[in-house]
Ligand binder design. Structure first.
Ligand SMILES: CC(C)(COP(=O)(O)OP(=O)(O)OC[C@H]1O[C@@H](n2cnc3c(N)ncnc32)[C@H](O)[C@@H]1OP(=O)(O)O)[C@@H](O)C(=O)NCCC(=O)NCCS
Length: 178
């Protein structure tokens, strides 16, 4: 972990930060996947998922928990969202919670930030009483799949994730929480 990465903390995102979350989420999604999707699909997806109003509704939803990892100047380095009451193929119906979104800003990839954010996600899932954490990851997202495997996730199923007009296959991965 580099010097920068030692000076961070995990914070809840508040409703007052809905617009900042919408901007950060849309930008990190775009930077992660624009090269592998058509411009039309990308535009449609961003419009369907990211706006201050949509994130405000998420931040007010008790089933969704949204948190960021920020440096000591308050700059967001990454964010994650847990979503309760959803399961997918291979996921136990009882005691599971979804790691719905998990994004680290590109300059901070490979610096240990994602690992700290994952530890925070697992702590929060345990606090909600979960015994397993699950997620869907695009089958072509090799970096994320390797990261999740190193953090205790293994593949249990598949699901479809539609980006614009493109139905993509996600691997469903599950981690048992000790
Ligand atoms: C996924 C993400 C959170 C991982 O964080 P990170 O800091 O990049 O992760 P790390 O560098 O610790 O680990 C990545 C692993 O992938 C490996 N890797 C990198 N590029 C790879 C590639 N093209 N193919 C296979 N493995 C790759 C790295 O070597 C590393 O594995 P190792 O630790 O066993 O050597 C981060 O890359 C990210 O936010 N990506 C964009 C958004 C995203 O894809 N989110 C997940 C949505 S499900």
């Amino acid at each position: 972990m580099d010097e920068h990465a030692k000076r961070f903390a995990i914070h809840d995102v508040t409703p007052a930060q809905a617009a900042q979350l919408a901007e950060f989420g849309a930008r990190t999604f775009y930077e992660s996947f624009a090269d592998d999707n058509t411009a039309d699909d990308m535009r449609a997806h961003l419009e369907s998922a990211w706006s201050p109003e949509k994130q405000l509704a998420e931040l007010r939803n008790p089933d969704i928990e949204t948190f960021v990892i920020a440096d000591d100047a308050g700059r967001w380095l990454g964010f994650a969202q847990l979503r309760a009451n959803k399961v997918s193929e291979g996921v136990p119906a009882l005691g599971s919670i979804e790691l719905w979104r998990f994004y680290v800003d590109k300059p901070f990839h490979g610096k240990g930030i994602a690992g700290a954010l994952m530890d925070g996600a697992k702590d929060r899932a345990r606090r909600r009483g979960a015994t397993s954490l699950w997620l869907g990851v695009w089958e072509r997202n090799e970096r994320a799949k390797a990261f999740y495997a190193r953090h205790g996730f293994s593949r249990v199923g598949r699901q479809v994730f539609v980006v614009g007009s493109d139905p993509q296959t996600d691997h469903v991965m599950l981690c048992r929480l000790a």
